[in-house]
Design a protein around this ligand. Structure first.
Ligand code: ZN
Length: 51
């Protein structure tokens, strides 16, 4: 189980795989916040939050 917290709305997006989570978060950011995030950015965020 992988999850990442959206820095814009504080919501948690979770998925069973890291790759799917990256896709889900990118879609969330685009749909809800009009943000384009790269795969690298999402992975970096996940690492920072995964302490
Ligand atoms: Zn959000």
């Amino acid at each position: 189980m992988a999850e990442v917290k959206c820095p814009e709305c504080g919501g948690t997006i979770s998925s069973s795989t890291e790759q799917d989570l990256v896709n889900k978060f990118r879609q969330h950011a685009k749909e809800h916040h009009g943000m384009e995030v790269s795969e690298e950015q999402v992975k970096h965020m996940m690492q920072k939050q995964n302490k």
